[in-house]
Ligand binder design. Sequence first.
Ligand SMILES: [Cu+2]
Length: 462
Amino acid sequence: MSLSRRDLVGASSLALLSAAAVSGRVQAQSIPEAPTTTTNTMQPPLYPTSGPDYQPVVTLNGWTLPWRQNGDWKEFHLVAEPVEREMAPGMIARLWGYNGQSPGPTIEAVEGDKVRLFVTNRLPEHTSIHWHGQLLPCGMDGVGGLTQPHIKPGKTFVYEFQLMKSGTFMYHPHADEMVQMAMGMMGFFVVHPRDPKLHRVDRDFVFLLASYDIDPGNYVPKVSEMLNFNMWTFNSRVFPGIDHLVVAKNDRVRVRVGNLTMTNHPIHMHGYDFEVTCTDGGWVRPEARWPEVTIDIPIGAMRAYEFDAIYPGDWALHCHKSHHTMNAMGHDLRTFIGVNKKDFAKQMKRLVPGYMPMGSAGMADMGEMEMPLPDNTLPMMTGFGQFGPIEMGGMFTVLKVREGLSAGDYKDPGWYQHPPGTVAYEVKGPVPAATRAPSPTPQTKAGPVQRVVKPNGHGSHK
Ligand SMILES: [Cu+2]
């Protein structure tokens, strides 16, 4: 039987009032181990071994934090520390994160669970953790200075609360936020419904949007940046380093996205329409949903959308701000479209030996160009598909829907084998010239020629 919200609120407020009395104060020797990882490959979903059943999430290029059951409590141990994150092959960022990576591991639990979260600080400065979206006692809200003393370097704090509702939440510091979020400190917090049949899907993907400003050739983000970010990431990875979303045909799929950048991101998915079913405020009632193909993820917000994967293919999934599907570039790049680069290059080479003209017909040539780059820098647009260069970077990945994948199989199935006759193709042979549109109405001394307007609104020109 599932707990009603009323039961939960009643039971939990009692539990919360007496949490310390029930649990006793935790002693240092009973702190659970802190699992850690330094890899950036997606770990298989962590299926529950006790308690209510649920379909666990998968974290793109990430993992879920194992917990320990201790009496009534699910215990987790997060360690805030400096980490190295490969953003894509060829570029490492020196970030701050949790348990070996940025973002930190995803926390998963069930509505009604009592969770005890240990947080150890191995950063050079103090921190705290805010549990974004959770309903909890004020003193567990993690705002340094306001609801608790800061966690000093070397110290461990404990947060204890009962999970009041299922949904899509996150965690991040509420201490020196400008620095700590710019350095990559964040993670997902998914609470599954107590009733396993409620909001059940077959595959459930999570990723956080983060932005960094890392100058070409550098490793550490500039933390004072307000606007001019150059690395736009899903889970601190950029295309072509972002995992693909691998899905079996006819799966019910949920994608949960949270935004911890300083701008909004219109996330667009090709091939499907879908509905937002959950925000960090809770589940959206079915009668309040509408179809979309792009959803804006506001700053400091989460959105979860769902669809039935009935159309096989390789479908692009990306932020629709075109500069967010680019890797580091000079923002002062001049536009040379329409410039005759031969004459220009001759003059430039006299001034700048080794000057390379580019961009006079657009910038697509940069997608396949092999140009020497500074160390630890990714090409601005890169990545290859089965038909050529994809010319992307940043917030771009692929939804791969395939027939016949078994449940729990997230291996990359390779590129989609298009059925014969279903791919856009080039016309062979002469193509009729485009007909010219009628020229504007001529002016005469007597004034404009009157055009006879037919009832259907079209002019009388032949
Ligand atoms: Cu964006």
